[in-house]
Design a protein around this ligand. Sequence first.
Ligand SMILES: NC(=O)c1ccc[n+]([C@@H]2O[C@H](COP(=O)([O-])OP(=O)(O)OC[C@H]3O[C@@H](n4cnc5c(N)ncnc54)[C@H](O)[C@@H]3O)[C@@H](O)[C@H]2O)c1
Length: 358
Amino acid sequence: MDVAVIGATGAVGRQVCTQLIERRALPTTARLQLVGRRGGRSEAATHGYRADLIDAYDEVAPLFDVALDPEEVVADVVVVASGATIATRPGESVDRAALARTNHAMFAAYADALAEHGAGDEVVIVVTNPVELGVATMAARLGRHRVIGMGAWLDTLRFRREIAHSLGVRRQRIGGFVAGQHGDDAVPLWSSVRIRGLVEGERARTVGELRGGRDLAGLPGEIAAAQARLLAERDSGRAFAMVETWPPDLRTVTRPWLTHQSGARTAVGTANATVDLISALAEGREIVMAGQVDLAGEATLAGQRVHGVLGVPVVFGPEGWTDVLLGELPPDEDALLARAARRIAAVVEPFMRDGGRP
Ligand SMILES: NC(=O)c1ccc[n+]([C@@H]2O[C@H](COP(=O)([O-])OP(=O)(O)OC[C@H]3O[C@@H](n4cnc5c(N)ncnc54)[C@H](O)[C@@H]3O)[C@@H](O)[C@H]2O)c1
């Protein structure tokens, strides 16, 4: 299985490539295509990064290839990690609308090239933000089942980790999903949480304790208030310590937000979640994950079938995503997820008019 990483020399792209090799996710006979931008700063750096990877990993590395134009992208799995990113300077808000304008043309250019020159069955994993716009733009050109955003999977791993952290266990003992929009509009599906080793009554009691009597209706307000408090705290150590005092669903959103604001960014965790998905594809496995997908009525929220991109639990495998695994939800999850769908539509729809031309 061949993989292309668009934006290979960026913070996330580099991590995806190194983790793919370090985790032995690809056989030495596979091809890893490093995709940069001709004429951009990444042109020379992409060649240099290829040389550095060979230098480091010659014994176990796959074959490397460099591509500098969208038309040259050739792979079974295409990771989109290129383009502009969210501001990291403290005090700047996460303006996904501005990011959307910048990255939409890039999504369209690669999707057009893949539609014209590709094999017709590439699976595309969108990392670039806004993930939902990337999925909508690329799914419209390539077919919606071949395109998935990994933001909801990253949010899911974070949610599991925060629950595990509260319980003093490792993440692998925790199941459950985060749906919605990647970022502040993530929707932790508490009803999906499972804790290995606990039977139903114990599970319900433990989840109730973790939630502390709150429901999701207040979560958007809690997130906004938490971010304001973190921005007001000038000492980073104290800011991270403040996050520790909050419940797991609030930490799921605010800890990575603070990590990004800190300047460290979140490239390692993002790449880890991406490589999980590529590993499953490389092994020909289907997995149950949460991802941003372009729905055509497969989910019902607030009594309405959802049409458009939303993060939901799905079955994902070498052919792309298939079934949506979203049953009837408790009222607070249903309402917050319906809100997330509306907020995604507000970002995505202006770009999808006139056939989504940039
Ligand atoms: N989905 C997630 O969970 C998640 C998490 C972290 C970051 N991200 C997103 O991933 C994206 C990349 O983040 P980063 O921190 O690696 O940014 P970065 O600035 O370090 O890297 C971006 C790279 O893209 C390259 N690039 C730009 N336009 C290109 C084009 N048209 N073709 C090929 N390459 C191009 C740049 O040269 C650069 O190397 C951002 O949109 C960021 O918001 C997503």
